[in-house]
Design a protein around this ligand. Structure first.
Ligand SMILES: [Zn+2]
Length: 494
């Protein structure tokens, strides 16, 4: 009798489980923001496993939802591993959102609920509702959210970092799409053809152990996980086209979703599904399902490796917090070859079949080309309110200035401003000299921002004037760099 009841419950679940709006349309219509809101509110009511929260509103007033999955009170059980996935920062990459909604449904299935014995999970299915409604990359303020994680000027990225800072997730993933149909590739006769591509952290200031587990353990796992279910997956490989320009694993910039959390020694990934040729509903069922599988795989991997990941992340974060890290910080980097060519599977436009193409110029290694000595901290002028705002948005710890007699204070002078190549962009590269200034500084006019905190590396990368990833490379902060003048942010050295 009990068995029959169980059976009926399972049948009932299968027949009447919430369909996502995309499924209801039989995969013919993308989910609008109001349909997404309604779906999330419905699942919130029907299950105790999840709880929806409005994180913030977009520039045009649309809600950003986070869905918290937990058996118990979220974040309370120290033994659980905390995982964060966020999708559709780029509004014209629709399958991230659609896959995320499918994931909600998938995780509510009885056979998947065991995952939450060990995991507390937050899903932000749609980071950019304004862009999504117009099927455009940028948000309602015209900003590229995935270049905003360092300057944090937008409500969407601010809200995401706020929940990260609150729960300090050990594992994060940012979900996008790639568009392989460009004319340049077509001319060469080949294009990328993987359902999903996955990239790990590449900035070399991030813990080497965390980079290693990402490349050696997670990537092989997820490629296999997706393959077993009839989809294809490979490394995230921007650059190219093959034969024209080099391929690389990814940028080393820390202004994107993945690396901005990675730089805090988080196991952090980017997943890109293949977009539709129309940036719309073309092949949307396969796109949404493959994205969902990739996200589900990350959750299963986190479950299977919970203890190892938690231990590693805790150890590596402690080093940042106690400032027991490398003495140097790499602030200019570049991509290099390790001597190996890449055998890459591409779809041939001629045969319409996957073909192995040898990539001669594959630059798989990131190296430092300029580094600075890690200071004890920085003196931030109180009258530069945009810097105070920036520190507050990043939830940074700072104090009034109290220097020890052994502390040295040094200030850069901007002799001239040149340029440097950064992944085929030309950006500012100031030439500086350094002067010790101990007696000439009125300390009451500054805040002291110590590097001895979790965002240790991020602080140095953001504030050094010669950093190719720094604040001065953004329009909002470029005024900090003036030729023939002092650089107003001052270094404090032990
Ligand atoms: Zn994107």
């Amino acid at each position: 009798m009990i068995k029959i009841i169980f059976f009926l419950i399972i049948v009932f679940n299968i027949l009447f489980a919430q369909q996502t709006p995309l499924e209801k349309s039989n995969f013919t219509k993308l989910t609008s923001h109001s349909e997404l809101s309604e779906f999330i509110r419905e699942v919130d009511l029907t299950s105790d496993l999840l709880k929806a929260e409005i994180l913030t509103k977009s520039p045009e007033g649309r809600e950003l939802f986070a869905v918290y999955f937990s058996k118990g009170k979220f974040g309370e059980d120290e033994n659980k591993i905390k995982v964060l996935i966020f999708a559709q920062q780029h509004g014209n990459e629709q399958s991230g959102k659609e896959g995320a909604l499918l994931l909600i449904k998938e995780l509510l299935k009885p056979e998947n609920q065991y995952l939450f014995d060990k995991i507390d999970f937050v899903l932000v299915p749609q980071m950019n509702p304004d862009g999504s409604e117009k099927n455009q990359r940028r948000n309602g303020n015209g900003m590229d959210l995935n270049r905003n994680h360092l300057i944090l000027t937008e409500p969407e990225t601010q809200a995401l970092h706020k929940i990260f800072d609150k729960y300090l997730f050990e594992v994060t993933m940012d979900v996008h799409e790639y568009w392989p149909f460009g004319e340049e590739w077509k001319k060469l006769g080949f294009r990328r053809n993987f359902d999903i591509t996955v990239g790990a952290i590449t900035n070399i200031n991030i813990s080497e152990k965390i980079r290693n587990i990402s490349y050696q353990k997670y990537l092989p796992f997820i490629f296999n996980f997706v393959n077993e279910k009839g989809y294809t997956a490979f490394h995230y490989l921007p650059g190219g086209p093959v034969g024209v320009d080099y391929l690389r694993y990814s940028t080393f910039d820390i202004n994107d979703g993945r690396q901005s959390f990675g730089i805090q020694n988080t196991l952090s990934f980017i997943q890109e599904g293949m977009n539709g040729e129309d940036y719309n509903t073309d092949r949307i069922e396969r796109r949404a399902k493959s994205q969902m599988l990739g996200m589900l795989g990350l959750i299963k991997f986190s479950y299977d490796n919970k203890d190892q990941i938690k231990k590693l992340v805790a150890e590596e974060r402690k080093k940042l917090i106690e400032n027991k890290v490398e003495e140097k910080v790499a602030i200019q980097l570049d991509h290099f070859s390790d001597g190996n060519k890449l055998e890459l599977k591409l779809l041939s436009y001629y045969s319409n079949k996957d073909t192995i193409v040898t990539v001669d110029d594959f630059r798989s290694v990131v190296k430092s080309i300029y580094e600075v000595e890690r200071p004890k901290g920085y003196l931030i002028p109180k009258n530069l309110s945009e810097l105070k705002q920036w520190m507050d948005n990043h939830n940074l710890f700072y104090t009034d200035v109290k220097l020890k007699s052994s502390d040295k204070v040094e200030q850069y002078f901007i002799d001239s401003i040149g340029t440097v190549d950064f992944e085929r962009d030309t950006i500012v590269n100031p030439y500086v000299s350094v002067n010790e200034v101990t007696d000439k500084v009125n300390l009451s006019e500054y805040y002291f921002l110590p590097v001895k905190q979790l965002k240790n590396n991020m602080i140095v990368i953001a504030l050094e004037p010669k950093s190719m990833l720094g604040l001065v490379t953004y329009k909002q902060f470029e005024h900090l760099l003036k030729k023939g003048e002092k650089y107003l942010i001052i270094r404090v050295i032990d």
